[in-house]
Design a protein around this ligand. Structure first.
Ligand SMILES: [Fe+2]
Ligand SMILES: [Fe+2]
Length: 172
């Protein structure tokens, strides 16, 4: 990821990144080998990278609101094993909980921020976003999830091969 993108996400998201909720997000495992916080940072950076390309095509994007929404989009997942019965329920309910958590964190949300957070699971959830910023985050979320799942599968495979090698050595 470009240094300027990471720098801008950290600058725009400073208030969110310094909160207790985001600290907690950095400790909750997500997609097997990452955390909710690290995933949210990656989604915000990927969304900003996509939006900079679109801005090059003269499509204007509200970067600040998009980044704030992206950083908060999965806050509703925090404590998932205590509040959601299973992954299916979590999948459908966490966007609403993320909206509530972000509202509390930021003292209210703009239309764009709310749209980004509430509809980031589309098309898994039926209601599509209304703003271009929300479509970008929806896309960035899917790209990051796929990347994280592939990374995790590769790490698990490497660990398995290492274990097998070790067992072979021990039995020789
Ligand atoms: Fe999510
Ligand atoms: Fe996500």
């Amino acid at each position: 990821m470009k240094e300027s993108i990471v720098k801008d996400v950290n600058r725009i998201g400073k208030k969110i990144l310094g909160t207790e909720s985001f600290e907690q997000a950095l400790t909750q495992v997500h997609h097997d080998k990452t955390t909710v916080g690290a995933h949210s940072l990656e989604v915000a950076c990927t969304a900003l990278a996509i939006s900079r390309k679109l801005e090059g095509l003269k499509i204007s994007i509200n970067e600040e609101q998009m980044i704030r929404g992206a950083l908060c989009h999965d806050l509703g997942i925090l404590g998932r094993y205590d509040k959601f019965a299973n992954n299916f329920v979590c999948c459908y309910r966490h966007p609403k909980d993320s909206v509530d958590a972000a509202k509390e964190l930021l003292g209210g949300l703009t239309d764009i921020e709310k749209d980004v957070i509430a509809h980031h699971m589309w098309p898994v959830t039926p209601v599509p976003p209304h703003h271009r910023e929300a479509y970008i985050v929806t896309l960035a979320d899917k790209i990051c999830a796929v990347r994280e799942i592939i990374r995790s599968a590769e790490k698990n495979k490497a660990e398995m091969l290492k274990k097998k090698k070790h067992m072979r050595k021990e039995s020789a």
